[in-house]
Structure formats: C-alpha cells, structure tokens
Design a protein. Structure first.
Length: 535
C-alpha cells in the first residue's frame, strides 16, 4: 500500500484527491481543479522552504511499490472494460454519426459482400480515403454485421499500445527501475492524461485509429533491425489512410540522424513521399473519376500559414505534457515531425484541435521520442546534477500544473454520458421495425441513426441550403439521388440538417411523400411513385 509518510507530501495527497474527483466523472467537469490547486500551492510552499524533491513529490521506493507490469495489466484490463462499454453504449444512445462510424461501417459491410464501395458516396471507397488495410474487419461482418466491430477494434488498439510502450522502454533503458518509472508513467499518460490520444479514444472510429500499435511495433522492429517485418508493417499503415505514409518519412529522418542505417533512412523518406504523391495525386482521383475532393483531408485543402495562432496553440498542447523534450532533443523529435506537419498543413481547425481523431499518428510517435529523450537525460546524469536545485523543483511543479490544467474529460464521465436512456431503447425498437419493413429498399437516414443500419442501399439525409427537403439524398455537392424511404428522429442530433422543423414541414407538403404511421419517435416518409434502380 502506498505510504507518503511525512507532512511535506500533503500536497501530493491533494493532487491524488483531485485525480480521483476527475476520474469519477460524478462532479462538475472542472471541480477536480479545486483540490489540485490546493496541492499545487502546498507543494510550492514546500519548494520555497527548500524541502527535498523526494519529500515533496514522493520517493522512488513509493513509486516502485506500485509501478509494476501487474499494475499496468490491471489498468489495461479495467480501462478496456470502460472503453468497451462506452463504445457499445454510444452506438445505442445515438452518439455515433454517419461521419465517420456510419461511412466506414458501410464500407466494411460492402467489402464483406465483395465490393470496395461506399453506399453513402455511391462510388469506390478509395475515392474518399485510401483504406484497403481496414478490409480485414469485414471478416467479422460475415458473422454479424455491426458497427461495434469497428469501435471495439479501436479499443483493442488503444489498450495494446501501452504494452508496446513498455516493451520499447525495456529495450531502451539499461536499468529496470527506469523501465518501471517511465513505462508506468507513459502508460498512465496514454490511458488517462494525454489529451490528444485520450480525446481520440472518445471519438468515432477512423481507420487511423488502428495505427498506434503498428507504429510502436515498427519501432520495435527498427530496434531489432527486423527490416522485413518493419516493411510489412509500413505497408499495412499506408493502407489505413493516405497520410500514414508520413510515418515512413519520420522513421527515415530518425534513421538518418540517429542510426548507422542512413541509406535505409533515405529509402524510407523517398518511399513515404512517393506513396503520398501516388495515392493522393493518382489513385484517389482515379477512383473518384477525377472529381474535386469532397472532404477536408485531401490535397485541395492545405495551407501552412492559415490560422497561425491556432496552430501554435495546437503545438503547445502536443508538447507541454512532454516538457517540450521532442523540441529540445530534436533529433529524436524529428520522428513525429512529418505527422505533425500533416495536421499543420490543414485548413480545417478540427485537424489541429487535439479534440478529434487526428492525433492517432502524432501521439505514438511523440511517445517514442519522449522515451528516447528521457533515456538521454538519464544517461547524461542530469537528474543527479540538477535534481536537488530549487529551480528544478519549481519547473517540475510548473509542468505538473499545466498537465492537470490540460486534462481531458475522464473516461468515467464519458461512460456515464453514453448510457442509453429509456427513450433511446424505444427508438431502437422502432428502428428495428423500420429496418424490417424497408428491407431491400433505398433509404435515407439521419446522421445519428446511420451507424445502426447495415445495407447496400443506404444514404445520408442532408439538407441542402436553399433547397426544400424531399425524397432525395444529397451526396455532398456530387449528386442527388431519389430514395424510397426517409427516416428521421427529431429528438436526436441531426448533423447535416440545419433546420429540422423546416425539413419536416417540406416533407409534409411534398407531393411525392406519404407519411408512414405506426411510429411514436420516428418520422418516416415513403415515396409514392416508384423510382428506377440506381447502379
């Protein structure tokens, strides 16, 4: 059992209380900051009194008493249960959307039928993003088609990653105690404290969600010089999404600057750049019939100098938890440079907000660089030289305060919010009824209910500005097609429909639409006249 054993460690006790309040998710979103502030002030006072680092922050024996592999495994097991329950609950409480869970589940469903096709976009799915590597998930859709397979695969990827982090630490650090210290600390950051990856775990599925363990494993292959395994992992990564080739560039630059395999590094850089060029300028345009890109992640939507302040804040959020070590030891930090650069080139603020899934690549690469940086610091005897100085204590406390201020929402808070309500269960029952009665028909659905449908003739019901809602589905600005059913749930979120009341009014007076009775929560309209099949 952990014992801090002296009055000077009372500040740390308050920090632990703050963490427990944060983790429980039962109080206000930022209530945990109250005990944290008390703890920070007590620790600052003790620093001014020139107390020792161990007395203020806890000693090494205390940390070693719980920093074990068994502790990590229990953390992973429990956290995995929480994330799994959250992912399943979110589907049935309508917190997933067509973009991205519905779109990718539809692609995998069609792949299980032997078609590389997006029903929502009515085109080959590689026209939007290059994602052949996620096709393996279609195997599970053979048994039972459900969006849960995707979100659970993401949970598995997140939970496996700390084991890879620990293994990298084991290969890097000479002493076991450093493996324990850094391994457990970085695992805690990965699971709970580092907002970019934690927020990604809360967000909807994206193919890049599966990348983290593959990236970490590829670094293990680099450490062991297992080049063929490393190459196969890189091929898998590139097939998850076009911009993952930036990982090859980062690894190549790292090899050039830090290893004897400089020729191999140049090869990886060239292959990474070539892969991005070929996929984004040749393959993807071909599969969308050379039409303009319709999502913000494509080549037409890049600008380095757009929103410089926002991008600077993004960099700070990425690097503050690591104490800017990847910048100080830039030869190690370079491994994450190209992946970060991809986000900085974007014009969409979501890509550099740390609030969505866009740091699926940057996070594992920064964790790798942090391990290398910490090993360099330990090897340089920096701690023994400066660890007893008051300035070092103050900087450590300043960093700790920033880490607490940047904490994401706790896993338990997200879990409580994801539990389906009684109304959600009633809506699910009505959706099952509608799915049965509309089998084989082309339907257009509201964003929040899209992930619950698994069928080929499936469209996203969007409201185009300046046009009345009707028995058609608008696919971005590409085309509009007629549908046989429109199903809406006004009580739920309706991303893509800016004015639900106006849309319902338009449908009620549409000469081609007839309202279907028998539903309390669903609003279902059926096309009166038949439509021609769409290939």
């Amino acid at each position: 059992m952990m014992q801090f054993g002296n009055k000077d460690s009372h500040g740390l006790s308050w920090l632990i209380i703050g963490l427990l309040v944060w983790w429980s998710g039962l109080a206000g979103r930022d209530l945990y900051l109250a005990p944290v502030l008390v703890g920070i002030l007590i620790m600052a006072y003790n620093i001014l009194r020139n107390n020792s680092f161990n007395n203020i922050f806890a000693n090494s024996e205390t940390i070693m008493s719980w920093a074990t592999r068994r502790t990590l495994l229990w953390l992973l097991f429990f956290h995995g249960i929480v994330l799994t329950a959250t992912a399943v609950f979110k589907l049935y409480s309508f917190q997933w959307n067509i973009w991205d869970v519905g779109i990718y589940s539809d692609i995998i469903f069609n792949t299980s039928k032997g078609k590389f096709y997006s029903s929502y976009n009515l085109t080959h799915n590689w026209g939007d993003h290059f994602t052949p590597s996620m096709s393996f998930l279609s195997i599970f859709y053979w048994f039972y088609p459900s969006s849960n397979w995707m979100t659970l695969s993401k949970v598995l990827a997140l939970i496996v990653s700390p084991l890879m982090i620990w293994k990298i630490c084991d290969n890097v650090f000479a002493e076991k105690k450093h493996v324990y210290y850094v391994g457990i600390a970085l695992s805690m950051f990965w699971l709970f404290f580092y907002a970019p990856i934690v927020n990604s775990s809360y967000f909807a599925f994206h193919p890049s969600s599966l990348a983290a363990p593959a990236i970490l494993y590829s670094f293990l292959c680099l450490q062991k010089k297992e080049w063929w395994k490393m190459t196969l992992v890189f091929i898998f990564l590139i097939g998850l999404k076009e911009h993952l080739a930036s990982v090859l560039i980062g690894f190549g630059l790292y090899m050039i600057l830090n290893t004897q395999q400089k020729k191999g590094g140049f090869i990886f850089v060239i292959l990474g750049i070539s892969a991005i060029v070929v996929i984004m300028w040749v393959i993807m345009p071909f599969y969308r019939n050379y039409a303009p890109a319709w999502t913000t992640g494509n080549i037409e939507n890049i600008s380095l100098f757009n929103d410089v302040l926002g991008k600077s804040i993004y960099l700070a959020k990425l690097l503050i938890p690591f104490g800017f070590l990847p910048i100080i030891y830039w030869k190690y930090g370079i491994i994450a440079g190209p992946a970060i650069g991809v986000n900085l080139l974007a014009t969409d603020k979501n890509l550099y907000s740390t609030s969505f899934h866009y740091d699926d690549l940057t996070a594992p690469l920064l964790f790798i660089s942090a391990i290398l940086c910490l090993n360099r610091i330990i090897a340089s005897d920096f701690i023994n030289k400066y660890g007893k100085k008051r300035l070092f204590h103050g900087l450590a406390l300043f960093w700790l305060a920033f880490v607490f201020a940047l904490l994401p929402a706790s896993p338990m808070r997200i879990l409580w919010k994801s539990i389906p309500s009684s109304m959600d269960l009633q809506i699910l029952s009505e959706l099952k009824k509608f799915d049965s009665m509309s089998e084989g028909k082309r339907i257009a659905v509201q964003s929040n209910i899209g992930p619950l449908f698994q069928r080929e003739k499936l469209q996203w019901y969007l409201q185009n500005e300046g046009q009345p809602c009707g028995m058609v589905s608008h696919i971005y600005s590409i085309r509009s097609i007629p549908v046989e059913y429109v199903v809406l749930v006004p009580q739920l979120g309706h991303y893509g429909i800016s004015d639900m009341n106006l849309c319902l009014k338009d449908l009620s007076i549409n000469a081609q639409a007839s309202k279907v009775s028998g539903f309390d929560h669903l609003v279902v309209y059926k096309r009166i006249n038949n439509i021609k099949p769409i290939n």
